[in-house]
Each structure stands twice: as C-alpha cells, then as structure tokens.
Design a protein around this ligand. Structure first.
Ligand code: PLP
Length: 441
C-alpha cells in the first residue's frame, strides 16, 4: 500500500506522453485534440489502476486504444439476425443498390435539387419523385416529407386546423415509441371526434358525427395489431362515397403502404382507386426505401399542404429524395422491385433457401438448426407468420456478439440465442461465424 503514492508519481505528465514519437505520429495522422484526449484518458485509467492496487500496463498501448475508441463511429453497421425485417431499432429498411448509388452520386457534389434544367429557373425538389409517385399510385399529385408522422401532422394542420377530424375508436392506435394518432391530431390544431367502438364502427357512425365543423374523415391502418372476432369497419369505398355526399375529405393513413401485392396490406393505388382524397404512407417500411412520409392525392389538396408553413420544416432532404427516386424507379417494374428491394426480397425468399443459410451457419459455428417465425415488423403485417430458420447457439453468447467488431443481434429464447437467417445476407454468414469464434471463451 505504501508504494502507491510513489507509483502515482512515476506516471509521466500529459506533455511527456505527447512528446513520445509514437504519440507524435498519432497526433499527426488523427489530429492533436483527439490525441490529447486519448493521453488524458489513458493516464486517468492508469491512475485508477494504481489506486486500486493493480498495475497500469503499457501506457502507449492504452493511448492507442483510447484514440481508437474516441475516433470509432457510434452509429455502426450491425448484422440483423432477429428475423424482423423492418426492425425499427436496427434502422428499418435496408436500401437497394440503386437507391444507395443515387445517394452516393448526389452526396458527392452539386445537383439540380431545386433547379429546372430546361428553363434555368428555380425548380422543386419534389419534382424528382412526383411523377414516379403519380404513376405508382394513380394519384394526381404527390409530396414527400420527413416521415409518415410528419405527413399526417401536416395534412391535418393544412386541411383541418380549428375544425374536426372524425376517426373510428378502433383506429386510435399508438405506433412505435409513443407516436399516438390522437396526440398528432391535437398538435395539428384539429379536433378529434371519435366514433364507433373499439371493435365495430359502421358508416352510419361516421355519418352521424359529420357536422358543419367537420373537415376530414381519417382512416388509420391499425398497423401493429388486429382486432379479431366480432368486428366491423366500412369498406374504404363506402367511406369515400359518404365523404363525397357530405362534402368532406377522406384521408387514408396506410402506415406502411406498399406498391406490390402482399397478404393483408393494402396498396396505395388501391386506396386511391377506392376514392381516398389523400393517402399517406412511410418510405422505409414495406416500401424498403429511405425514411420519408409520402402524401399522394388530389392536386388541390396537395397544393394546400404544400403552402403550409410546416412544409418547410418537415420537408425531405436531398439524400432522401435521391434514395427515394432510386427506390421508386425499381417499382416501375414490380418484378424488379421484388428482386432488388432488400425488405421485399427477404420477406419473400423461399424458406428452403433460408434453411440452407442457417445450416451453413450451424456448420461453421457448431450450432443447431431451429425452425422459427420471421416477421415483417415496422408495424406491418403483424399476423403474417413468415416461416424461417435460425442457427441456435448458447444464450451466453448474446452479449459478446452484440459487442463484436460487427455487432450481431439475435433473439434470446429460453436459454438459446437464435440467429434467424431470413434477415441475414449470404455474405454475412462467414462474418457471424468469425464473431462467434471470437466471442467464445
Ligand atoms: C408507422 C406508422 C406511422 C408513422 O410513420 P413513420 O414513418 O414512422 O413516421 C403513422 N401511421 C401509421 C398507421 C403507421 O403504421
């Protein structure tokens, strides 16, 4: 114990460590400030070790480690082995190759984001995606904002502020981390009028609620849950007819939205065809594009939304526009989208191919093959059980794999760690195997 103060005194000063040739080289390649931070942190840890009665170890190695930690990105690629395709905690939809290429091209330099090249006058960033959206949905006009929550907020603010929005009690849902339809409506300045009951709402319920103050009927996709059994809700086309008769607008919040036919998920085009005046949906759920909120519908209504002051605050940035254009272009051929949009490809991959990937991973890691159920996630298709296969390992590996060089995120069930191979790419199997080898004691 006696020698602790001496050992503390033996620690060099920050300046002396900084003068060491190895540290000088580090400061030259990575900058002086991070190098000084790393030296301070290394010395602080060494001091703690000595005070705890231990040995401080090699100081310069420690400086290198601290510098690496300071410079390492916090937002990192991870391997999704959860079997949840649109995983909100893991960044929702991975982007297709063409969408990534568009981001890369536009991010590198200047672009005609708001310049009309023909006339040389100011253009709109919306023009780059509007035509694709009109073609894909059949709507007259389209607008892209930051996300679907923003889409709903601006639509309600522009069309229903100070007036009433009629919503079924069965559709007042909470989505994700505390995003609640009634709260969004309250923020928009519109007044919510609830109709019907949790499980049954009829056209007549909407009809009775419509008065002089009514601006919109809002239909909300229940997304992450379903009410089963004794249930009823009017067909969208019936609500559209009622809206026309009563002289109010019908807005359909599709949640995920889709441009291809999937079980139990309405497409945006179907909603427009059924008579919705406005349809809103996310860019990064089943569409498999960047985070965005897409608003499609009647030109006169979209003009009102476009002119609202919130539009400037909620608009999509150029990288989003670029990635969305790349994604939408794929959907002009649905077969191509099914092959190239990662979220769709994962959802529709034959189970036999998933099993082969799980078998390969099990062979490389000494794990076993387990049948599992994968999910669409992102509040879409909650009842769609997608047959899948996982490689099962010991649950004690869950934490070290999360902290691996490329983190691997699986699902712990009882005392097993299940690495579901539906959301794992072929090229990631060897990476997981290496991480497992490193994680084992
Ligand atoms: C997911 C969802 C939203 C919110 O969409 P974000 O793109 O996450 O903002 C809104 N409404 C419904 C019905 C949803 O499912």
């Amino acid at each position: 114990m006696e020698e602790t103060p001496n050992r503390l005194r033996e620690l060099p000063s920050v300046d002396r460590v900084l003068a060491d040739p190895r540290v000088v080289a580090l400061a030259q390649s990575h900058g002086r400030e991070p190098a000084v931070d790393a030296v301070r942190r290394a010395l602080a840890f060494a001091r703690q070790d000595i005070q705890a009665g231990g040995k401080p170890g090699d100081l310069l190695t420690r400086v290198e480690q601290e510098l690496a930690a300071i410079l390492a990105p916090r937002l990192r690629r991870v391997i999704n082995a959860t079997g949840v395709v649109i995983h909100t905690n893991l960044g929702r939809a991975p982007l297709s190759e063409p969408a990534r290429a568009r981001i890369d091209e536009i991010a590198r330099g200047y672009s005609n984001l708001e310049l009309d090249l023909d006339s040389g006058v100011r253009g709109s960033r919306q023009d780059h995606v509007a035509e694709h959206l009109r073609e894909l949905t059949g709507a007259e006009s389209a607008l892209v904002v930051n996300n679907n929550a923003a889409a709903l907020l601006i639509v309600a603010a522009a069309l229903a502020k100070g007036r009433e929005v009629v919503v079924s009690r069965g559709e007042l849902v909470e989505i994700g981390d505390g995003f609640r339809i009634p709260d969004v409506l309250a923020r928009s300045g519109a007044q919510l009028v609830e109709v019907g009951t949790t499980n049954r709402t009829r056209t007549g319920d909407y009809e009775q609620a419509i008065g002089a103050q009514t601006a919109l009927l809002l239909r909300v996709h229940p997304s992450n849950f379903r009410i089963m059994g004794f249930t009823e809700r009017p067909a969208l086309s019936e609500l559209a007819r009622l809206a026309e008769r009563a002289g109010v607008w019908l807005v359909d919040d599709l949640g995920s939205g889709s441009f291809v036919q999937l079980p139990d998920e309405p497409t945006a085009a179907e909603s427009v065809r059924a008579g919705s005046h406005i349809v809103t949906f996310s860019g990064d759920k089943l569409l498999g594009g960047p985070q965005a909120g897409i608003i499609c519908g009647r030109a006169e209504l979209l003009d009102q939304v476009r002119r609202h002051p919130l539009q400037r605050a909620l608009r999509a940035d150029k990288l989003t526009v670029a990635a969305l254009e790349g994604t939408l272009a794929l959907y002009r051929s649905p077969e191509r989208a099914r092959k190239e949009v990662p979220a769709l490809r994962m959802l529709e991959e034959p189970a036999e191919l998933v099993r082969k990937r799980a078998a390969e991973l099990a062979r490389l890691t000494g794990g076993s093959i387990e049948p599992t159920t994968a999910r669409a996630g992102g509040g879409a298709l909650p009842l769609w059980d997608v047959p899948s296969y996982a490689c099962a390992l010991d649950a004690t590996l869950a934490q070290p794999l999360r902290c691996a060089h490329v983190p691997v995120i699986g699902m712990v069930r009882e005392n097993q760690l299940l690495l579901d191979c539906r959301t794992v790419a072929d090229g990631e199997v060897a990476e997981i195997a290496r991480a497992v080898a490193d994680a084992r004691p």
